[in-house]
Design a protein around this ligand. Structure first.
Ligand SMILES: [Zn+2]
Length: 179
């Protein structure tokens, strides 16, 4: 595809990268901030000019998708990703923190002591389940070539699940027995 071209196609999800599902931004100007930025921070972006702002998470999901003829690595950003997750990245993150798996009580204790490490482990459980339920899902999507030359993945936008019994990830997670 040439730059700024877009294609509509039907594909199925072959895999989802479980190592990263979101990134943090300033809630006001949506400039990306480091992952360890606290909920309240001073945003030095020009739009915010050093004001106190809060941070939030946006989705950035890496998928491997397959069509009849090829396999591609694509990235889905916030708006598109919300269609398959059924919630915002922040809600998904908060849900993950509140629902440690039964087998991972140990990590929950660890989480209370070593905040960052624990968060990774806890969120990883729900990301793993999300990946499991999404693999094989048939989607009608638009693929766009990256606007910036440096971005390596095609962008997957306008995601429409094809299956009549499709259920957003968060709905599936809510049915899991977390006790
Ligand atoms: Zn800002």
């Amino acid at each position: 595809m040439q730059s700024n071209e877009s294609t509509r196609l039907v594909c199925s999800i072959l895999a989802m990268d479980q190592s990263c599902f979101s990134y943090k931004v300033c809630r006001f100007c949506e400039t990306p901030v480091p992952d360890d930025t606290p909920t309240e921070f001073i945003c030095n972006n020009r739009k915010c000019g050093g004001r106190r702002r809060s941070s939030k998470r946006l989705f950035r999901l890496l998928f491997s998708i397959g069509t009849e003829t090829r396999v591609m690595n694509v990235v889905a950003f916030d708006r598109a990703a919300q269609v398959i997750f059924g919630c915002s990245a922040q809600e998904f993150f908060d849900f993950s923190i509140l629902h440690p798996c039964a087998g991972n009580k140990f990590f929950f204790l660890l989480f209370q002591r070593q905040f960052n490490h624990g968060v990774c482990v806890l969120v990883h459980n729900t990301v793993k389940i999300a990946s499991k339920v999404l693999v094989g899902e048939l989607l009608k999507v638009t693929l766009n070539t990256p606007k910036r030359g440096k971005a390596e993945h095609l962008r997957m936008t306008n995601i429409v699940p094809m299956s009549s019994d499709f259920e957003p990830v968060i709905e599936t997670l809510r049915k899991v027995d977390w006790s």
